[in-house]
Design a protein. Structure first.
Length: 252
């Protein structure tokens, strides 16, 4: 049976870290969660107007529990690149991450970002494809996560950082620049068009995931063909990116 809520002590510690003496300002918090829900701030209704902790908890609980766990783990590692209004102490962030340890979410994040290579990407792609018919929402989420993890890994390997704040388009753009895959770095028009198409495909994953993936409160159940489209695009791009990184390593 799926969990309905995170434990109170976990949520309370998260609120202390990310909406207490450190963490998000009110505006940063609203912007962050609006991005997660693909909403405009003017559409937000029913959230408390009290202190930051109360608002953080209210925002967090608008999301499914698996996504709540993923967000908290990503914030603990600061994968979003936020320059918080006072950075939560690492010891406290490690404590929160430990409280969330042992979950499928944490294991998937750790496995995705460690020792990532073309073989690992191919296996993740294969697993996502097998979910398209039985779990199209999960397959779409896996598609976006695959590209996100590959981009984060590449930037880390190349010693670069990107304050993407959950913006897949910004994350991919930074990765493309590092790998010399930005259209404006090439003279031939055919190459430019292909690379523009690559960027467009990646950028389309975010709204597709927002609408249909299981990490958000989607607009409806996607069909198998939606999932196959997302996974095929994500797998192709993730494989291309990681192989480009590997080719650079060989050539150096």
């Amino acid at each position: 049976m799926a969990e309905e809520r995170l434990p109170y002590n976990t949520v309370s510690l998260a609120a202390d870290l990310f909406a207490g003496g450190s963490g998000f300002t009110h505006n940063e918090m609203d912007d962050f969660f609006c991005r997660e829900l693909n909403m405009h701030p003017d559409e937000v209704k029913g959230l408390p107007g009290g202190n930051r902790k109360q608002r953080f908890i209210a925002w967090l609980e608008t999301l499914p529990v698996p996504r709540q766990k993923a967000i908290l783990l990503e914030l603990c590692r600061n994968d979003y690149g936020y320059e918080f209004h006072g950075t939560p102490p690492k010891e406290s962030r490690d404590k929160l991450a430990a409280m969330l340890s042992g979950t499928v979410v944490e294991e998937s994040v750790n496995n995705a970002l460690e020792n990532l290579d073309s073989s690992a990407v191919s296996e993740m792609w294969r697993k996502a494809l097998t979910r398209c018919s039985s779990d199209p929402e999960g397959a779409i989420t896996a598609a976006r996560t695959l590209v996100e993890n590959v981009c984060k890994h590449i930037l880390d390997e190349m010693g670069e950082s990107c304050n993407h704040k959950g913006d897949l388009q910004k994350l991919y753009k930074a990765t493309a620049q590092c790998l010399n895959l930005a259209p404006d770095k090439h003279a031939e028009e055919g190459v430019k068009q292909i690379l523009r198409g690559c960027a467009g495909a990646v950028n389309g994953l975010a709204p597709l995931s927002n609408a249909y993936g299981d990490r958000h409160a989607g607009v409806g159940k996607p069909s198998q063909r939606h999932a196959e489209l997302a996974v095929s695009l994500a797998g192709t791009m993730a494989s291309f990116l990681i192989r480009t990184l590997e080719r650079r390593s060989i050539d150096q």
